[in-house]
Ligand binder design. Structure first.
Ligand SMILES: C[S@@+](CC[C@H](N)C(=O)[O-])C[C@H]1O[C@@H](n2cnc3c(N)ncnc32)[C@H](O)[C@@H]1O
Ligand code: SF4
Length: 369
């Protein structure tokens, strides 16, 4: 049986909930944590039995929420437990997301010793006023200290997350955040345009008209991002992701290229063969179900090959690898139109977004869904 090569683990705790974020998370609650940790290990065992396929990951991604909101001993328990249950002989990349407020040298050293080899830290901005607008729990100085701790612990592969088009942000503030980030030389930078996600405090303010969105402004800041990060030696290998040569996130590439993955933890998606499922987005109900040997699945849907292919096209188009021209044959006339208008370029029988196309990537991708 072919093993599953990509594993995601969702840790639904945060030191403080940010007003723009819609990922499933809750404020850390010590009473729930041990039950949650036990459930993740049980869920892995149940999944391996149910799928009849071993999990032998090439990539593992601990995301959230904030995995570093777990204490050092909780991380030790969880990572050691997973290692005992997985075949890690082919492991290439093990990422863990951290919030600067929850980084310590002891924690970083433990993660390194257990095999984590990539850290993704949410910085968002180096500007104190914008960190305030974003409701972040840390200061710019704390983020800088945490980055130094990660380096001291020996992490050679670090990503920093940034957000642009934040309310009140000026061009100069974004330029300074990009320049300061480049000067710190992380291997990878994710630069996301702020989205007003439903059920967030930012969305409520947007609905009231307190916050507004201006597509031209977003595009202007996005162009500055592409220019400065390109000049800084980072290749834009996906719309929002930039890496030094050879430092692309292999786990995210696996999603974008349409490979199978198993997700553990509340709200995690899995896609295996012709099935996709999502776990319940509630920590207490997640661990109650899993620990009483019930299914923690909230919904499940069959995926026909056409759906998988059109999803793979939409994701791959966002990457610099592009899509094979043959895959796009069913949409021949749209593709010809996008080529003629300069949104697409074709080379070596692969179709890619041009710079102009990247500015309207989401609209173009809708054609193929
Ligand atoms: C799970 S968090 C990263 C780790 C940690 N929880 C933290 O925030 O420091 C994932 C990233 O998604 C991005 N993000 C979250 N909500 C967003 C939104 N509404 N618009 C754009 N980016 C967002 C942020 O850059 C954030 O760092
Ligand atoms: S951005 Fe990170 S820290 Fe903030 S609520 Fe979302 S997951 Fe938690």
């Amino acid at each position: 049986m072919t093993p599953i090569r990509h594993l995601y683990v969702h840790i639904p705790f945060c030191p403080k909930v940010c007003p723009y974020c819609s990922f499933y998370k809750e404020a850390s609650d010590r009473n729930k944590t041990q039950l949650f940790l036990d459930a993740v290990l049980s869920e892995l065992e149940q999944a391996q039995t149910r799928l009849g396929r071993p999990v032998a990951p090439e990539t593992i991604f601990f995301g959230g929420g904030t995995p570093s909101a777990l204490s050092t001993s909780q991380l030790d328990f969880l990572l050691t437990g997973l290692k005992e249950r997985l075949d890690l002989t082919g492991l290439r990349e093990w990422t863990l997301e951290m919030n600067p407020a929850t980084v310590s040298l002891e924690k970083a050293r433990l993660l390194k010793s257990l095999g984590v080899n990539r850290i993704s830290m949410g910085v968002q901005s180096w500007d104190p006023a914008l960190l305030e607008v974003l409701g972040r729990v840390h200061s710019a100085e704390q983020a800088e200290r945490s980055y130094a701790i990660l380096r001291e612990a020996g992490f050679e592969n670090v990503n920093l997350d940034l957000i642009f088009a934040v309310p009140t942000q000026t061009r100069q503030q974004w330029r300074e955040t990009l320049e300061r980030t480049i000067s710190m030389q992380p291997q990878h930078i994710s630069a996301y345009c702020l989205t007003y996600e439903e059920d967030t405090a930012f969305y409520a303010r947007f609905q009231k008209g307190e916050y507004t969105q201006d597509k031209e402004w977003d595009a202007d800041l996005f162009e500055m991002t592409m220019d400065l990060l390109g000049e800084g030696g980072y290749e834009q290998y996906e719309i929002s992701n930039y890496a030094r040569p050879g430092r692309e996130c292999l786990h995210n590439l696996a999603y974008w290229l349409g490979y199978d993955y198993l997700g553990l933890g509340p709200s995690a998606f899995s896609t295996v063969g012709s099935q996709r499922w999502k776990s319940v987005s509630d920590t207490a109900s997640y661990y109650s179900k899993i620990l009483s040997a019930q299914s923690g699945v909230d919904f499940e849907e069959p995926l026909d090959p056409e759906t998988r292919r059109s999803e793979a096209i939409a994701f791959a188009l966002r990457t610099n690898r592009g899509v094979s021209a043959e895959w796009l044959l069913p949409w021949k006339s749209s593709v010809e139109e996008f080529l003629a208008e300069g949104f697409f370029a074709e080379e070596n029988e692969r179709v890619r977004l041009t710079r102009k196309g990247k500015l309207v990537a989401d609209t173009l991708a809708e054609t193929f869904v």
